[in-house]
Design a protein. Sequence first.
Lengths: 237, 371
Amino acid sequence: MALLRIDNLNAGYGPVNVLDNVSLTVDAGEIVAMIGANGAGKTTTLMALSGIVRPRNGSSVVFDGDHIESLPPHEIVRRGLAQSPEGRKIFPRLSVLENLNMGAFTRKDRPGIAADLAKSFAMFPILGERKHQAAGLLSGGQQQMLAIARALMARPKLLMLDEPSLGLAPQIVVQIFEVIRDLNQQGMSVLIVEQNARMALKFAHRGYVLETGRVTMTDAASVLLTDPRVRAAYLGE
Amino acid sequence: MKPYRLGWEPAIFAMLLAYPLLPVFESSFFALTKRSLGDQMPTVFIFAILALGLNVVVGYTGLLHLGIAAFFAVGAYVAGILTVGAYPFGAPFVVALVAGTLVAALLGLLLGAPTLRLRGDYLALVTLGFGEVVRFGLKNLDAVTAGAKGLSPLPPPTGPEVGIDWIGDYRPFYYLTLLLLIGVSVMLSNLERSRLGRAWIALREDELAANCMGLNPSKLKLAAFALGAGLAGMAGVLYATRLTSTAAPDAYDFNKSVFILCCVILGGLGSRPGVLLGVFLLVGFDNILSPILDTAIQQTFPSNESRIYRTFTGWRLSIFGLALILMMRFRPEGLIPSSRVKHELHPDEAVAMTVHPVTLHGNRREPEGQS
């Protein structure tokens, strides 16, 4: 059974509909990439999954066996669906450590949180070295690491990443994606939304193409990478 | 968590606690100005509690609140209704103190529940409007609030049988208000380092991200609103008891709200020691320094004309305005900024504070030999 199954997700802002019957699944242990141009509805999809944008009536989101489409954001995080939002959105004036603790806000198990903190610092040693510094002082790549680590502090079953490559130098982007792959190899399921279609499809198992709020293509990532339409529209070839 | 450093705050509190024990200061101050410093200080302490309450809302949580005076008024009037002889309650001071705090906090919840989805300027306007509504309400509900006259006389905190002289001796009130201020300050310093305190700051920094982390913004904002209002209510009870009158409703107008906001901004948004300093400077200026200077001016230039510009008090608002403009130009983070705010307003200095200039590349991987 799929870890996340979305059927006919409709969402938008006020009278404007952004998502038009989006359907998608993520299986446990998968990296799924959602690619698409600006304004296609990628971020809105993640915001609707997190409950921050309310899905409209008729939308169905089943996560880990339960319907979550009408739950409030904190309840969704508690059930193991965590997001690292677009543009990193770290808390610049909180320390690195405090940022990570915020990620675990819905959790009460202190020993578990401490263990996960130690894990974060093992995975991202730079965060451990700078844990008492204001997070706003980190470089862009380090902030992205922090944003991912912070989302992991919720101990999610599915990690959603919104544009992790945004505004980063190409070599840092590679590092970020390697981190995502490492995480996945340790068993984390990942739903990643990207404009950098080449990188996303290279690291993902499966991909979805979103155009003006609709899923227009879906296939194995390697197939999408060689698809002439994808190559023309998203890979600049 | 960062190690807790004892700043100069405990030292200041210790000095304030010691002041009445050393009558030499009081008597020399009195000789200088014909005024009692000890008599003025409770007002400063009361406004400090009020400003600390506002700081919870504006400083920690980042919600612009322009109606704090309304909750101050509610505390004062609850105390008035519960203790003034014209009403049937005749409650003791402690009951009034608790009730004033709780009623104001409850009112904060009632105002907050429908309005906290508003942001920035809109919320500011609603709080401003609410402040005025409360003031006009108090003025026009004469059956309950005695209208424009205000309620009086409030009895002193203890009855005659206890044998404390609340009128002739400044010390009982001095200690009552100072101890409450210290209590509030200690509570807030713990709160700042608690889960709730950090959640407020996270919310101020980035509401969307906070929401993604599973923080519940409405609940957190309501908590901040209620705590701020409750502290304002507590200050109101003390204020009315101190004056033995609730004063007229017009004492709790928009100017009062802005004045308290000025204290918070001057001292440093979100910084507890800063807010205390801001209150000591501005309230101290109003209640202690300017009367002294007025007397000095009149003694130095005796004249039958007593025009307002010949008094220092007449220039009060001009001086406040100038001070705030200078502050915003040269030290926007406040006199004693919270370290978090400083990072944002002076990024260059903040960068100089980094201790580990390590590259991302060199530190990403696991230590060698673990692969």
